[in-house]
Design a protein around this ligand. Structure first.
Ligand code: ZN
Length: 346
């Protein structure tokens, strides 16, 4: 076990005291993070990781802003980068940023075996997403994962309701999405024992969250999506007081990066996301975890395209991955400061 020592400054009226605090340097679960976020009216960002540059960009931003952070791995990321490589990269980030709490979470686990493999392999949190199954099947599978996870000191996120969109292997066609039914949440949480709940209130996976037909257009011709269903969120909060809520598919698809992609040879017409003010509002309520992936992809891709266009003679991957990593860091810093409100909460 590796220990980390830091000096903590306390102020009691006009007197300033300094004390040494010894902490074990290790991944943490989201339990304490969520409690503090719920009480403090902010949310913790959950960012998807697939390679070294993404892990570094995210954790450097969180470290500098003293923010807790959740690094999450999807089934697709595990297939791409391999479980061991991802865990070791995240452990390196913990060692480099000992001053902030970092959790390692499985995003959209779809079977007990996948969740078990991540629990056995060092994750501190897993999601079991059985939201496409019946209510009873969702409860049975979630409960099975919760029992194994809690026996191993790991927390579980479950999901009720179905988001539209595409994320790795999770594909829900338009028209098959369904808002969470608030009348089901208490029974679901009671019977499964899950630690947090992802709900569907109109967020969506991917960079094309809404069709043009679902949106209006502003004066600049940019699509404006339908607002999130805060009535559904508030009804869930009323029925689950003090319980952490999770929002998936919460990228905002900033138009400056869509423009950058398109300007340098890309083709992403009508990409659209969730307005950041609405996510900020949700973070002030019971939403304790907000998942952001597409915005990081977009920032990296835009910057790499720009770099290639401006430096056609360069061929060293470090040359274009460096601005890509910086773009991840800038994006995460922006989210922490202006969407999540988690800066200074480590
Ligand atoms: Zn998701």
């Amino acid at each position: 076990m590796i220990y980390y020592e830091r000096t903590v400054t306390d102020q009691i009226s006009n007197n300033i005291f300094q004390r040494k605090e010894i902490k074990i340097m290790a991944l943490v679960t989201t339990k304490e993070m969520f409690k503090k976020a719920y009480d403090g009216g902010y949310a913790v960002g959950a960012f998807n990781v697939n390679n070294m540059e993404i892990v570094q960009g995210i954790t450097e931003a969180a470290g500098e802003l003293n923010s807790p952070v959740i690094l999450q791995v999807s089934k697709g990321a595990r297939a791409y980068a391999n479980h061991t490589y991802l865990v070791k990269l995240v452990e390196a980030a913990v060692e480099e940023n000992p001053q902030i709490p970092i959790a390692l979470h499985l995003d959209h686990g779809d079977t007990f075996e996948l969740c078990k493999s991540c629990i056995d392999g060092g994750f501190t949190s897993v999601m079991i997403d059985a939201s496409s199954k019946s209510f009873e099947e969702n409860i049975a599978l979630t409960k099975q994962v919760v029992e194994y996870a809690h026996d191993h000191g790991v927390v579980v996120e479950a999901e009720l309701g179905t988001l539209a969109g595409i994320e790795d292997e999770v594909v829900v066609e338009a028209g098959h999405e369904a808002y969470t039914r608030p009348e089901e949440v208490e029974e679901f949480v009671d019977r499964t024992g899950c630690d947090s709940l992802a709900i569907a209130i109109g967020t969506s996976h991917g960079a094309y969250k809404f069709t043009a037909a679902q949106c209006t257009r502003n004066a600049d011709g940019i699509l404006v999506p339908p607002p999130l269903r805060f009535d559904v969120l508030e009804e869930c909060i009323k029925r689950l007081p003090g319980f952490p809520i999770v929002l998936h598919g919460s990228s905002s698809v900033p138009q400056e990066f869509v423009k950058m992609v398109n300007q340098y040879g890309g083709n992403m017409p009508d990409a659209v996301g969730i307005p950041e003010e609405q996510l900020r509002q949700a973070a002030k309520l019971a939403v304790c975890k907000i998942n952001i992936d597409s915005d990081i992809r977009l920032a990296m891709t835009g910057n790499i395209r720009k770099y290639f266009a401006e430096h056609p003679d360069h061929f060293d991957p470090r040359q274009y991955l460096k601005p890509a990593r910086q773009a991840v860091k800038d994006m995460v810093a922006h989210k922490i400061l202006h969407v999540l409100g988690s800066d200074g909460k480590a």
